[in-house]
Design a protein around this ligand. Structure first.
Ligand SMILES: *Cc1c(COP(=O)(O)O)cnc(C)c1O
Length: 374
């Protein structure tokens, strides 16, 4: 039987530029020039996001860990975040000894609900982690207001939100600090990698010091640490790849948008399906993951869609299950939207080089789920 080619859900876009920069780093980026690509990458990233500082790391998880540690978040502190999340957004808080408090999401953006945030604040609360899920933006105006009134740090996990912005202000640049992921599935990639961005000089110095095993910048003593730190650094070779990707960032983001709107057009007029929301006035999304949510009335569940994808040789990607259902966290079924939407939602394959034919194949499966063959 003729077998259709596999459609992956994510794949980076690698041009000759990436290849040539990486070759240069591998051939020449040693000794005195061992940090050249890294410095270049950090400058490009700062400039793009519009923050004073960017610190390249080995992952977004590492960047989040560094930033939280630099803020002194630890034992007994409470950190509020949305129940609908990837485990990476909460793991650093747990490792630092803080207690995560999972709150419900908004039904339209699938991002943290500010009303629930405010209700969950206790004297132990130290921070809110706002995750811009799939590139949809959190309601930062409301979160900033809450954080200011309660003297909390507002942290942006913009791992999925490169390209998302409010006017000229980019996701990741508004919080005490922000983090981005450069994992192979993300819009901009270095294979594995992350970035911590901030406008706070003191925080940047502290995070760099912690990321260098607790050695202060400029300390002339060799192998001398001021505290026990971390080592979440990015290599110069990965940074070379990152430089090429950042020089193509507008192209990479434009293609994500194009893919999202192609799906939206393919699924147009289908009232049982909703997709990533329409950005509010002045907002723009990077559309990392085009997502479909089937209505309750449709009876279509995530597992049905994933099974149909498998039959069609399409890589399925489940919408995030609530963290409070997993990993021994306190169960919070009262987070109704988080618990309910996940059962009916999937992310659609989307990568730079996807063909129209592949997009149509995916769209066809989705439409077929509700008995309306395209
Ligand atoms: C991908 C992702 C992370 C983790 O990124 P790594 O670079 O793999 O550590 C964290 N938060 C969110 C929201 C992500 O999507």
């Amino acid at each position: 039987m003729y077998k259709k080619s596999r459609i992956l859900y994510a794949k980076p876009s690698i041009s000759e530029k990436e290849v040539s920069y990486v070759l240069d780093a591998v051939r020449n980026g040693w000794g005195e020039t061992c940090y050249e690509w890294l410095e270049r990458f950090e400058q490009k990233f700062c400039k793009y996001v519009g923050t004073k500082h960017a610190i390249a790391t080995s992952s977004a998880t590492g960047a989040l860990h560094l930033g939280l540690a630099a803020l002194g978040i630890g034992q007994g502190d409470e950190v509020i975040l949305a129940d609908t999340n990837w485990i990476a957004s909460v793991a650093p808080s747990v490792h630092l000894g803080a207690n995560p408090v999972f709150v419900d999401i908004l039904p339209d953006t699938w991002c943290i609900d500010p009303v629930h945030v405010e209700k969950s604040i206790t004297p132990h609360t130290k921070a809110i982690i706002a995750v811009h899920l799939y590139g949809n933006l959190c309601n930062m105006d409301a979160l900033e207001d809450i954080a200011a009134r309660h003297h909390l740090h507002l942290i942006e996990d913009a791992a999925e939100a490169i390209g998302s912005r409010w006017g000229n202000c980019r996701a990741g640049s508004r919080g005490t600090f922000g983090v981005f992921s450069l994992h192979g599935t993300k819009t901009v990639t270095t294979g594995e990698g992350g970035v911590l961005v901030t406008n706070n000089d003191e925080l940047a110095v502290k995070a760099r010091m912690l990321n260098n095993h607790g050695r202060a910048a400029g300390d002339k003593r060799q192998f001398w640490a001021d505290c026990v730190g971390y080592k979440f650094r990015m290599s110069n070779i990965q940074a070379a790849l990152g430089c090429a990707q950042m020089e193509r960032v507008e192209e990479l983001i434009a293609r994500r948008r194009e893919i999202f709107f192609t799906y939206k057009e393919l699924l147009r007029g289908c009232s049982s399906i909703s997709m990533n929301p329409v950005p509010k006035k002045n907002e723009e999304y990077g559309y990392w993951m085009p997502t479909v949510v089937f209505s309750e009335e449709s009876g279509v569940l995530q597992r049905h869609v994933l099974a149909a994808f498998q039959t069609e040789n399409i890589d399925g990607r489940a919408f995030f299950s609530p963290l409070s259902k997993q990993a021994g966290f306190l169960s919070r079924p009262e987070n109704i939207n988080s618990w309910n939407i996940a059962l009916r939602a999937v992310n659609l394959p989307s990568y730079h080089d996807m063909t129209d034919e592949e997009l149509e194949r995916v769209g066809h499966v989705i439409l077929g789920m509700i008995g309306r063959k395209s």
